[in-house]
Write a protein that binds this ligand. Sequence first.
Ligand code: IPE
Ligand code: IPE
Ligand code: MG
Length: 241
Amino acid sequence: MPPSNIPQHVAIIMDGNGRWAKQHGLPRIEGHRRGAEAVKRCLKAAQDYGVTHLTLYAFSVENWSRPKDEVDALMDLLDRFLQDQLPELLKRKIRLRVIGRYHELPDNIQARLREAEAATRDFDQHTLGLALNYGSRTEVVDAARSIAEAAQAGTLQLDQLDYDTFRQHLYTTDMPDPDLVIRTSGESRLSNFLLLQSAYAEIYLSPVLWPAFDEAEFKNALTAYAARERRYGKTAEQLIH
Ligand code: IPE
Ligand code: IPE
Ligand code: MG
């Protein structure tokens, strides 16, 4: 039976590719390759369960500090993934939205992303968010800069700045906040992922290494979410009434 109370937006920190590869005596890149397969399974599961927004943390601003071979291999994998998956996104009417510092990504990746975003722009039932060259701290700095520019241009009055206006300057301006954040691989940290947007998200820590993540574990996360009580600062008694 599908769990009740399905979250609208699930965001996932896909972690554990390297450890999965090590456990299987394979090079790290093979873990990433198998991780891309897990992305396809997860995308399907999310759509089948009626999750409207799925955001995947694929590459952080900090991940540039990995060995060059690994970064290059990840970019190649991403290039191929985008090429392979565009027909699938079109078939299943999924809009692609990239969050992160786009212009610092390699040109070929930017071109693929632009193509896929443009081709899927009008789909409004399902969204796949891809966090690429993403970090919450750079996002906040970019938002602050954009707010300062608007104030200087006279299109924004600083004394009227509130969070609703602030959030319009974040990369996620047209996305709802995540209801559920999943981190795989047994780690218990957010690693600079959607820190502001997850202010009231429920968090599910999965012990599964990302390449082994499947529909059953996705369902476990949804079931755990359904049993949570989101209080937004209120008392439990207030929520009953
Ligand atoms: C997640 O797996 C993929 C990326 C961060 C790109 P890792 O590569 O971080 O895997 P571990 O943490 O080393 O096992
Ligand atoms: C977080 O995983 C980034 C992505 C999943 C893309 P990391 O493996 O980079 O995080 P840390 O370094 O363990 O915190
Ligand atoms: Mg990791």
